[in-house]
Design a protein around this ligand. Sequence first.
Ligand SMILES: *Cc1c(COP(=O)(O)O)cnc(C)c1O
Length: 380
Amino acid sequence: MTRKDSFFDRLPDNLFIGPVFGPEEAEAVKALVEAGTITQLSTDTVEEFEVAFAAYIGVKEAVAVSSGTAAVHTALIAAGVEAGDEVIVPAFTFIGTVGPVLHQHAVPVFADIDPTTLCLAAEDVERKITDKTKAVLPVDLFGHPADLDAITAVAEKHGVTVVDDACQSHGAEYKGRRLGGLAPLTSFSFQESKNMTTGEGGMVTTNDPELAQVCRSVRHQGEQTWGLIARVGYNYRMTALQAAIGIEQLKKLDDFNTRRRAIAGCYTEALVSLGLQLPTEASYAKSVCHVYSFLLPKALAPRRDEILNALQQQGVPVSIAYPKPLYASPVFDGFAVQACPVTEDIASRVLTLPTAHSLSIETAGRIAEMTRSVLERYLT
Ligand SMILES: *Cc1c(COP(=O)(O)O)cnc(C)c1O
């Protein structure tokens, strides 16, 4: 890929992903290294991070784990998902949502998404529930909450547990409340590209102390008490080094999210007149703009790759989240899949701009202008 725009040439690639650290993170890590206490088992930094995260979310319990994928897996185990159980998942998401369903030898059942929010559609969940369904796994996609009340209503009617995947939505709000306490179990990721980071890391939140206890056991080899193993467990522990970084990142999360929303606003301002479907917020939602995924008009779907290339030629850091329904991946070949037409359509014409809080508004403005000038050639 040859870039022609010198402005974009001068920027480090990692700028478009994130993370932003200050001296606070470095000092917190240094103190632990100097003390020689760097694991969950040797100091209480992980617990401090859990308490701070739970307080921020407004939930009783938070259980830190080693990744967002581990958080989803741990939450599914706590929800009682076992081999052969069906779990309803959106067809439009990252594999980190659905991999853990496979880890449990459970059966992912793909449901379609809402064409506006791009999150799991409650009506299609209702259609796909069977007497084998154990859990519904909505994703708060791209920083925007799924319609959790509508999904919960369907789930409760059928006695099914909701496990919310908020790995892209730390601090996002549903009807004025932060995601994390609105489903029985919610998972978060602190991977480097997320709205706050510990490098790798994750968290499960819940208001149910018994579910939290199961999560703590799953994280630590399935232990009940020392030497007594209650269940199949994992080593999903977060290190104290990660937690120390997380404590500092959490203090900055609202500022990071404000920047992300401002960057999204900047893109919308530049693109609004072009007749694209741009990200919006549902009336119930406050988005934290994890990325900016917008849709080309249907007529341009066949030219999406050409447009992607044209943007990349100019140095625009554009990508595709996500290029295909997840069920199109070979790993799902053995499963019966009912096609999800909304996902098929949207995956064929989506393009994604970065909203990383590491980007200045000036850089976002340049990305916005360059994107507009390229897209204008196709749209007018
Ligand atoms: C990032 C992400 C995950 C997995 O998180 P990791 O920390 O990378 O394991 C799961 N689900 C969604 C929607 C994500 O964006």
